[in-house]
Design a protein around this ligand. Sequence first.
Ligand SMILES: CC(C)(COP(=O)(O)OP(=O)(O)OC[C@H]1O[C@@H](n2cnc3c(N)ncnc32)[C@H](O)[C@@H]1OP(=O)(O)O)[C@@H](O)C(=O)NCCC(=O)NCCS
Length: 154
Amino acid sequence: MTLEVTIREIARDYPLQRARSEYDNWGETAADAQAMEIFRWLIEAKISGAWIEVGNLSAHAAWYGPTQGSKAMNIGITLIEEFRNKGIGSLAQRLLAEELHRQGYVRVEASTDVTNIAEQRALEKAGFLFEGTLRKAQGRADGLHDLQVWSHLS
Ligand SMILES: CC(C)(COP(=O)(O)OP(=O)(O)OC[C@H]1O[C@@H](n2cnc3c(N)ncnc32)[C@H](O)[C@@H]1OP(=O)(O)O)[C@@H](O)C(=O)NCCC(=O)NCCS
C-alpha cells in the first residue's frame, strides 16, 4: 500500500501533540534564542483511511554571509513514537526540502546527532547528502554533542 504523507505550515504556537525524543532534552533555553524565527509544519499521514497528525517539522535560517544567496534553511523533525520507522520521516523531509526549494532556497540542510542512525538513514532516503561533522556544535541538558550536517540542493 502506498504511504500518503502531507505537510502543512502551522503557527509557531500551534498546539502540537507531544512528540519527544532523547534528542530534545535541551535544558535551559538561551535568552537570545527566543528571538530566532522558527517556521513549523504539521506532518499528517493517511492511516486506515483517515488523515492524522503523526509529527512535526521546523525550519530556521542559517546565514553564511550577508547576501540572499548565503541564506540556507536548516530543518528539524520529530515524529510521534508509534509512527517512527515506517518511512514517514524520509518522505516528510523530502516534501519540506522541495517546498523550501519552491520558496527560492537553494540549500536546505539538516543537522543531526552523530548517534542518530534513524535520522541519518531517513535523510539519505530523502535525497540529502552527508557533508561532514560539526564538532561540539549542540549543547543539550547533558553537555555538548557532535552533529552530522546533511544538505539537499535544488
Ligand atoms: C528520526 C526520524 C525523524 C526518522 O523518521 P522515520 O519515519 O522513523 O524514518 P524512516 O522510517 O523514513 O527511516 C528510518 C530508517 O532508519 C532505520 N533505523 C532506525 N533505527 C535504526 C538503528 N538504530 N540502526 C540502524 N538503522 C535504523 C530504519 O530501518 C529505516 O531504514 P530502512 O527504511 O532502510 O529500513 C524519527 O525516527 C523520529 O522522529 N525520531 C525521534 C526524533 C529525532 O530523532 N528527530 C531528528 C532529530 S535531528
